[in-house]
Design a protein around this ligand. Structure first.
Ligand code: NI
Length: 180
């Protein structure tokens, strides 16, 4: 079932996530909800804190850009090496209609677990690498605007202020949500 995607300004998006120690039915349900929410929003990636769960779980679906890559859930993903750089337009489902240029590594090697608890290690590049860096950032409370230059951020100030007010209103309506 799809869940509401929480917007910038809510405290839960700034919290570090705990690693998953045992993959349970709750983990599988979380991944299903992440995929359902991602599809409904027509996005390319979503992290657990964006639906209010402070666990190290992300889903990535770049199959529209790269039909050879199946959608994938990562448990406890971690970047173990990175090289090169790429600059490109980036957005986030927690920042509707807001985009900015962000510099990322061109190639990253990511390790983690799949939903069966099997270790996965992948070297990815280009757009796929950008999406993985963005989603893994979410697990540490880091958002794409943190990578935006001060000048560009200044240009986004009005939109960010408006979003932040919405996120803060969400916090007031959901007390304790930052505990995930
Ligand atoms: Ni995001």
């Amino acid at each position: 079932m799809e869940r509401e995607i929480i917007r910038f300004g809510a405290e839960v998006l700034r919290q570090p996530c705990r690693p998953v120690t045992t993959i349970t039915d709750a983990t599988r349900r979380l991944v299903e909800e992440l995929f359902a929410s991602l599809r409904a929003a027509e996005g390319v990636g979503l992290a657990a804190p964006q639906i209010g769960v402070l666990e190290q779980v992300i889903v990535v679906d770049v199959s529209r850009q790269h039909p050879e890559l199946p959608p994938r859930a990562w448990i406890n993903p971690r970047i173990v090496s990175a090289s090169g750089s790429q600059t490109g337009e980036e957005g986030c489902l927690s920042f509707p209609d807001l985009y900015s240029e962000v510099k990322r590594h061109a190639v990253v090697e990511v390790t983690g677990l799949d939903l069966d608890g099997q270790p996965v290690q992948l070297a990815v590049e280009g757009f796929h690498a950008r999406v993985l860096q963005h989603e893994i950032d979410h697990l540490h409370g880091t958002l794409f605007i943190d990578h935006v230059s001060p000048l560009r951020r200044q240009l986004m100030r009005g939109a960010l202020k408006k979003l932040k007010a919405e996120g803060e209103a969400w916090d007031r309506a959901h007390p304790g949500s930052a505990l995930g």
